[in-house]
Design a protein around this ligand. Sequence first.
Ligand SMILES: [Zn+2]
Ligand SMILES: [Zn+2]
Length: 237
Amino acid sequence: MGIQILSKTNQAGRSRSATIVTAYLMKRYRLGFSEAYHRLKSVKQDVQVNSGFEGQLCLYEAMHCEVDTSSPVYKQYRLSKITEKYPEMQQVPRELFAVDPAYSSSSEVSYRCRKCRRTVFRGSSILSHPVGGGASAFGHKKSRNLTGDVQCTSYFIEPVLWMEQALLGVMDGQLLCPKCSSKLGSFSWCGDQCSCGRWVTPAFQLHRNRVDEIRQLSMQKQDQVPTPQTPTPQTAQ
Ligand SMILES: [Zn+2]
Ligand SMILES: [Zn+2]
């Protein structure tokens, strides 16, 4: 079936068709991108997936062949695409920003400024990343605890609406609390390296020691009930 689609398309549509067929193979046969693409090429040698589509297929693989626009992987990918599209960062689509948690209610875990207690982001805004090589990535010892584990000292998050003024028109800068102006972290549209060694592009990071994690009362009540569902404390990524 896939082969028929390919033979009917012109040059311009060929990359798109190859992408669709590759995505189909990935989902249908639970293959990774390179395996699926390799199999397609073995039956139709002149197929070509351009680098843009290749990036999307790798994302598709990372999301386990489900398109979930709320997943951190998807959000990080969308942010990196925006950086390519708006190199001067004068106008960034508003939907890219998470709503300001100070002006909306939610039962989610939230994080607030340690100094003035203003809520600055929610748990769903955290864009977690696989922990990097740590000391080896820096060439010196940094951010390792006593057991030798690598630690991320910042939360990398999606941009939140209160950051908008600080983010536009510049490539990097500080992120200050919108209420008390204490320094919470920094951002860079070009990306930044986490303390664990991993590069994150673009990067919006708030230091873990400048914010407090707040869990809702309803969740704390569950602690009193002796069930195995007690939430794990202070380890949300
Ligand atoms: Zn990290
Ligand atoms: Zn503050």
